[in-house]
Design a protein around this ligand. Structure first.
Ligand code: MOS
Length: 745
């Protein structure tokens, strides 16, 4: 089996030699460049625009504004179906709903001229006082219709009565800031029309979703839209939706009759393409004298725009993570004059886990119980919110292995007790968890006359390793060396796959790839046994197998399964079967979809994150010398890539804990640190030892390959583990992320 092995990325060489083209790098003949002009106010109307200066710039071919842009069917609102299709700003009216909303598009023969033109567009706004104060808007918070796929609220038992009789309780409020995804590759689109057929090279996590949305916006058939994105330079949720610039690139291309390339400037990544919203989370936990939870209350308020209801589902994990008879979990949203938030790596789970896992630590401290011991005493055997067993749950094993690797037993229970010179040293723990999602997916397999194989599905590789793991799954399922397999993705014309969100790509697509490969094996065998020229003519198909690209008699194989000699009477290359079939490639397709097991079991990945921090006693600077994280995520398709994926999540968790915060100007709603110099993320100097391990877990229910997603669980747990370690080091409980030094002084 090559599945599971930590082989190098099959696209690694292309990546490091710069031959893997990103969306903006495709050479489309005759293309012109577009630059967005974005609003400088948070709300109001556009009264007047002066485009004379921009139009006069040499090389500028169009300046699209709400006054002159081509009209779209239904005012550009046809693609609206949140959260998959968003409420966009497509120059169809004069309304401004947030700062950095697109208000014009300047198109020129070069990028520099388009940028110069964009700087010369003058806009006059009628703008009142923007509503930007979260605290002031709180009385108007209201329940959204759904919390993602779950009900907005969940209640069981009687929380108030349980709290009244509890031995220990905590009742605290945590806050998390606005964060922006900032993948290295910014959002970028090249749009080209041929008649009413539209082709897009778009930086996206969802080629199928972009196709559907653009088809609706322009009132054309989905078959007329092709979306291509073979390589994505990071996504994290912001590329999960088609935002305004995608449709604006297509609109501009239509208007000028030439292909248009539109790349967002880095500051424009802080506005029209979503973000993690600010949350305020009220946590109440109560335990009996034995440290058993008797009440859990988690109430989240998050902000959204005036144009769309986005819900940050932070209160979901509290519904099931710990065993408890009395639970209240709720979500409320409030509307401000801000851009619509969106999915941001582990949306809801990342911010919610910070609050819940910090509160568990607070409860442990108050009860005088080791935080690991408290978690073990309250570990949920089944999902009590749904009354279902887990499809698999190896969290106890994660705690055990993690505690051992980290040396948890050496932690000092008393805060502030360990000191190394000027550094206060502390350790903290948090549980990681994320749902194991799955959606329907399709795949095709094409066996070519030279014996090589194309396997394809309209899935995505965000840098996560989809090309590699799908090639591994195909190689094993087909019995063909991985070097002979080419996996294709990122093309909306391929068999359909879900968007690369919710950590579901591997779990959804690998069963389809597996099934399509098994169908190909069957086809090859059927052709051989019906062919008098084949050694396998009239052989019982049960006696045949495909190994290393050869059809073999199973009896001719030694115990280890690999043939002794390459040729001989006992086999033939599967390429020979294609050749005898007239040289026409053989093709099979398969669809794989979740079934009733989704209603019978609760499906989640779990993990345990241990962090050590050092806090400068005089300056409040926090360093994280080491993190140990152990995960139970079902079958690991590629050990090396999975480790890399978790490390990436952990690094982002460090960013969430210590650095990341988008600062909004209270007057005009503008994010003022809209650049990578002032929006801080961890750099190499901030990241020290990260120890990642996986516990063996075989899950027969989650999908045929036992795969749970790993895209998002890595960020969960880390902020709380670090915050809890900071408490252990200093005795200071920071309930407001990020934990910057001013909060520790
Ligand atoms: Mo993930 S936030 O669903 O890309």
């Amino acid at each position: 089996m090559i599945t599971g092995q930590g082989i190098d990325r099959v696209d690694g060489r292309l990546k490091v030699t710069g031959r893997a083209p990103y969306a903006a790098e495709f050479a489309v003949p005759g293309l012109v460049h577009a630059v967005l002009v974005t609003s400088t106010v948070a709300s109001g109307r556009i009264v007047r625009m002066d485009i004379s200066g921009a139009s006069a710039v040499r090389g500028v071919v169009a300046v699209l504004t709400p006054m002159n842009a081509p009209r779209l069917p239904q005012g550009g609102k046809a693609g609206v179906n949140p959260p998959a299709g968003r409420v966009l700003s497509l120059l169809q009216d004069d309304l401004v709903a947030y700062n950095r909303q697109p208000v014009a598009v300047v198109v020129a023969d070069t990028l520099e001229r388009a940028a110069q033109g964009a700087r010369l567009v003058r806009v006059v706004y009628a703008s009142g006082t923007a509503k930007l104060d979260f605290a002031a808007a709180k009385p108007n918070a209201f329940p959204p219709q759904r919390a993602n796929r779950e009900p907005t609220d969940h209640a069981r038992g009687d929380v108030a009565a349980a709290v009244a009789q509890a031995a220990t309780s905590v009742d605290v409020v945590y806050t998390t800031p606005v964060e922006h995804h900032n993948p290295m590759e910014p959002h970028a689109t090249i749009a080209a029309w041929e008649g009413d057929k539209l082709t897009l090279h778009d930086a996206t996590q969802n080629v199928g979703g972009v196709r559907t949305t653009l088809a609706k916006i322009f009132g054309i058939a989905p078959e007329n839209v092709t979306v291509l994105d073979p390589y994505v330079g990071g996504g994290f949720g912001c590329k999960g939706s088609a935002w305004s610039h995608v449709a604006l690139a297509a609109l501009a291309a239509k208007a000028v009759g030439r292909p248009v390339k539109l790349v967002l400037e880095r500051p424009q990544m802080f506005g029209p393409v979503g973000n993690r919203p600010h949350t305020e989370q009220s946590l109440g936990l109560a335990a009996d004298g034995a440290g058993k939870l008797v009440a859990v209350r988690h109430a989240t308020i998050s902000e959204t725009s005036t144009i769309e209801d986005w819900v940050e589902t932070s209160s979901l994990p509290a519904r099931h993570l710990y065993a408890c008879a009395n639970v209240l979990s709720s979500h409320r949203i409030l509307k401000l004059d801000i851009a619509t938030p969106t999915f941001t790596r582990a949306p809801g789970e990342a911010s919610g886990n910070f609050a819940l896992e910090s509160a568990i630590d607070e409860l442990a401290a108050r009860a005088g119980i080791d935080p690991l011991e408290l978690r073990l005493r309250n570990d949920a055997e089944r999902d009590e919110s749904k009354g279902r067993p887990y499809s698999s749950k190896s969290l106890r094993e994660c705690y055990r292995v993690g505690a051992e690797r980290f040396g948890w037993s050496r932690r000092a229970a008393t805060p502030g007790a360990r000191r190394d010179g000027r550094w206060l040293v502390g350790s903290g723990l948090a549980t990681a968890t994320y749902p194991a999602n799955r959606s329907p997916a399709e795949a095709l397999v094409r066996l070519l006359p030279d014996g090589s194989v194309v396997v394809a599905s309209a899935t995505h590789d965000l840098g996560t390793g989809t090309y590699t793991v799908m090639s591994q799954v195909a190689a094993d399922a087909l019995g063909v060396p991985i070097a002979r397999i080419r996996f294709e993705l990122g093309d909306s014309r391929l068999p359909k796959a879900p968007g690369a969100g919710g950590s579901q790509s591997a779990a959804s697509v690998s069963p389809a790839v597996h099934a399509a490969c098994k169908a190909m094996q069957k086809k090859v065998i059927e052709l051989a046994i019906a062919d008098p020229r084949s050694f396998a003519y009239r052989v019982d198909p049960e006696q045949l197998t495909v190994v290393d690209g050869w059809l073999r008699l199973a009896s001719a194989l030694p115990a280890g399964g690999r043939p002794i000699a390459a040729a001989g009477a006992g086999g033939e290359p599967i390429a020979a079967i294609v050749a005898r079939n007239g040289g026409t490639p053989l093709e099979t397709r398969a669809e794989a979809a979740p079934g009733a097991e989704r209603e019978q079991y609760s499906m989640h990945g779990f993990g345990a994150v241990f962090a050590e921090v050092r806090v400068d006693a005089a300056l409040g600077v926090v360093r994280v010398p080491r993190i140990t994280a152990v995960y139970a995520i079902g079958t690991v398709l590629n050990e090396k890539l999975a480790r890399s994926q978790m490390q990436g999540g952990i690094v982002w968790g460090m960013g969430m804990a210590l650095f990341e915060e988008s600062l909004r100007d209270g007057r005009d709603g503008r994010i003022v640190n809209a650049n990578l110099a002032e929006y801080h993320v961890p750099v190499n100097a901030d990241v020290a030892a990260i120890d990642v391990a996986f516990v063996a877990e075989s899950d027969p229910h989650v999908n045929p390959l036992g795969v749970k997603g790993i895209g998002e669980i890595g960020i969960t747990g880390v902020p709380a583990a670090i915050a809890n370690a900071v408490y252990n080091a200093t005795g200071k409980r920071i309930r407001d992320l990020p934990i910057t030094l001013d909060k520790l002084l």
